[in-house]
Design a protein around this ligand. Sequence first.
Ligand code: ZN
Length: 211
Amino acid sequence: MLLKDFWVPKKTKSMAEAEALNFRAALGEQDSFRPDALGIAECVLDALIGCELVVCDDSEMLGVEAYTQHIPALGTRLFVKASLVARLQQEHPDPRARFTLAHEFGHIVMHRGRSETGIPSTQMRMAPARGLAAANQKSPYLPAEFSGETQANWFASEFLMPKHLVRECFSAEDVHKRFNVSRRAAEIKWAELNPQDQNQDYFKELRKILK
Ligand SMILES: [Zn+2]
């Protein structure tokens, strides 16, 4: 999860989501509401994908929570801040830290052989700020379907909140609690699956304004 975005081969949102579900299936976590993101990073990634977890002192991470690096001689490594690991080891693991790790799982699964770092690679073209890349469809910023960061966020959202389980929930608040994700992430997912609720909110707001 870096400030720079990078080009990757085109993938639609539903393609990234399908990869997240396949990854869950490979982990045997198809129907679990709260897969243990830290446990997966610590024990499973290496065995399943050959990706080593490296926990770094916060001062070495230059303000970045986590990133994935691929160097041919060393393979794929996931670097995470020690304080992020501590937030995941709490009795109630921090939802944002879980999303950060799930985002990295997206890079590891979908963008293998590419780094999030500025290490020169003939395959990598860096884009400007990540936020711009997600929102902007015009050159020189990345269209969402070619954006490594956007694809990793799509993956993370579906990995943490698969649609078939979200459909068992009653509200965004219910999603937030059952999946242990942030309220914001839960609201976005809920709105995607329940556009009619969005419209109701919209009409409620409109009625308030028109009163
Ligand atoms: Zn990223």
